[in-house]
Design a binder for this molecule. Structure first.
Ligand SMILES: Cc1ncc(C[n+]2csc(CCOP(=O)(O)OP(=O)(O)O)c2C)c(N)n1
Length: 325
């Protein structure tokens, strides 16, 4: 990836954009105009930044509570995302879903929900319909966290997709925590999620998102495999969130995360690392970074203005979209 100047710059732009959007939500959250809980992806932007570059509108995605970056990786509208968080009718779910219930079927984003693990079987169902309809070679991304691996439906779905040979790509963002509980307190020591999954007879891989080239390579390999062979694949990406589990604040002072863990991710922040690498390689100049930032900031301001100036849904709108079409 880092040998390709244009591609690396695009991934940097995408990741920076997600970070700036999430930080703006965090900054404005205290105004109390966004009245839904928000699970922000600050620290976890690099992978969705890569995924955007593989965009195919006929591929589908499903996600969970921390879905802003996944929605944006499918090129869905930023204005509609912000309006949704503001509870406005112009939002991507008509303003009655909020941050955890995003959807834009026109771009292949088939929804996120708040119940951990809930969309995993939905993703398998979408892949099953792709396989039955013998549509062009497409795939479904199933985004999940390390916590969702502990749900029963995850294992039922793995069995099903292996049995039916379905084109789904599981993207497990392992940030080592489910709310305040560390992985090693929830699962046996030395267990690797990717190894556990491979015992189902599904191809798996893992990468640490601070290793930029390796992350790109592993994602690209998995994507091409599912597209070509129309078989499932699971990749575990190690990552880390910078903010609290839910909300706009930093909560490192609570000490539920080990100092060494936090320092490691502070020093190895993938977006900052990518920026430094691109500057060193002279793929990017400081002036270009400033121009990226001002372009993104302009889009962010327009999107927040759009949300603020939009109307809320009417009471009768609650009865809309109760059934899927
Ligand atoms: C079935 C269910 N159990 C518990 C919760 C409460 N809950 C919300 S997010 C979360 C943690 C999920 O962790 P993970 O899947 O690793 O995602 P992350 O928040 O780390 O991105 C939990 C337990 C829930 N929403 N649904």
């Amino acid at each position: 990836m880092l040998r390709n100047k244009k591609l690396s710059k695009r991934i940097y732009f995408n990741s920076l954009r997600i970070r700036m959007i999430e930080l703006e939500i965090s900054k404005r959250y205290h105004e109390q105009k966004m009245r839904c809980p928000v699970h922000l992806s600050v620290g976890q932007e690099f992978l969705p930044g890569i995924i955007e570059t593989f965009f195919d509108k006929n591929d589908k995605s499903v996600s969970g509570h921390r879905a802003h970056a996944h929605y944006l990786s499918k090129k869905c509208s930023l204005k509609k995302l912000i309006a949704e968080i503001y509870g406005k009718k112009t939002g991507c779910s008509g303003g009655i879903g909020g941050s955890m219930h995003l959807i834009d079927k026109s771009k292949g984003f088939y929804g996120s929900t708040a119940i951990v693990g809930n969309t995993i079987p939905i993703g398998a169902g979408i892949s099953l319909s792709m396989s039955l309809n013998k549509t062009n070679k497409n795939l479904t991304y199933i985004f999940l966290g390390d916590g969702a691996v502990e749900t029963g439906i995850f294992f039922e779905t793995l069995n099903f997709v292996v049995l039916k040979k379905l084109p789904c790509l599981f993207i497990c963002e392992n940030n080592s925590f489910s709310v305040y509980s560390e992985l090693r307190k929830r699962q046996p020591k030395n267990r690797k999620i990717s190894k556990l999954v491979s015992s189902f007879g599904i191809k798996t891989d893992s990468a640490n998102t601070t290793h930029l080239n390796d992350t790109f390579k592993k994602f690209s390999k998995a994507y091409n495999y599912v597209k070509k062979k129309q078989m499932p694949y699971f990749v575990e990406f190690h990552t880390s969130r910078k903010l609290e589990h839910c909300g706009p604040n930093y909560d490192d002072d609570l000490n539920y995360r080990d100092k060494n863990f936090l320092n490691y991710w502070k020093k190895n922040d993938p977006v900052e690392k990518l920026e430094k690498t691109l500057l060193k390689k002279k793929y990017l100049s400081k002036t270009e970074i400033l121009s990226f930032k001002s372009k993104i900031q302009g889009e962010i301001i327009r999107s927040f203005n759009y949300a603020e100036n939009s109307k809320p849904p009417k009471f009768e709108d609650l009865n809309q979209n109760l059934f899927s079409k």
